[in-house]
Design a protein around this ligand. Structure first.
Ligand SMILES: [Zn+2]
Ligand SMILES: [Zn+2]
Length: 230
């Protein structure tokens, strides 16, 4: 635990500013946190954008494994995008309390359509997790577990580290680069229904590669859950 003095020193050296109103103090000031409710992402197929339902549409279903996706906010929301940036790229863990609180407030509309689930995550590679000091997807899965009253468990591990900046999702899909990125954990019994969590969903290539491994291991439903959908 940071000491009060240590925290004061850090806050003096690196002051935080509210990502919404720019006031100095915290990444989302009390006033903005009270008032702020992001407009939810439109219900649509996560892969082709067809409007109407969060369920993967029938034509995409032929090519992908994920059954649908629930998102807290669209990635276009600047508050969400900045909070995620401070969290992942600047390692500011004060974001966690803010995001967890936001999810709690929105829990009713975020409730996934099929229960019971186990919450699980699209894990970071062990090497990346060590560099960052935490796995943001695993934390989202913990919060989802608490939010929906379901257990949280790890079922897959990432066996290959990919550099996300180096390639576009289109290239990844084309060369099938994510195909062997995940493996099932050894000796684990797979439940029927899973809520697969991550922080961000953009093209869906990574999440779908994890969903594929889970389905091939026997899962019947793999529903996605993310903070932001691109
Ligand atoms: Zn503010
Ligand atoms: Zn579709």
């Amino acid at each position: 635990m940071e000491s009060r003095l240590g925290r004061l020193a850090i806050e003096t050296l690196f002051p935080r500013f509210c990502v919404s109103c720019k006031r100095e103090g915290s990444l989302l000031c009390e006033v903005c946190e009270q008032e702020w409710t992001p407009v939810s992402a439109l219900a649509s197929c996560a892969f082709c954008g067809e409007l109407g339902s969060d369920r993967t549409c029938t034509s995409c279903c032929e090519d992908v494994y994920l059954d649908g996706l629930t998102a807290f906010a669209p990635y276009g929301n600047t508050v969400v995008r900045e909070l995620l940036g401070h969290w992942k790229y600047h390692g500011d863990r004060s974001v966690e309390r803010i995001l967890e609180g936001c999810l709690k407030k929105a829990s009713l509309r975020l409730s996934p359509p099929v229960l019971p689930f186990y919450a699980t995550s699209v894990p970071l590679h062990e090497k990346r997790r060590r560099e960052r000091g935490f796995d943001q997807a695993d934390l989202v899965a913990q919060w989802a577990g608490e939010l929906f009253g379901i257990p949280h468990e790890t079922f897959v591990r990432r066996v290959r580290s990919t550099n996300p900046q180096a390639r576009t999702s289109h290239e990844l899909r084309r060369v099938g680069e994510m195909d062997d990125a995940f493996k099932m954990m050894d000796g684990i019994q797979i439940p029927d229904h899973l809520l697969l969590c991550d922080d961000v969903f953009t093209s869906g290539t990574t999440m779908d590669a994890a969903a594929r491994v889970l389905k091939e291991a026997g899962a019947k439903t793999v529903w996605g859950f993310v903070i932001a959908k691109g």
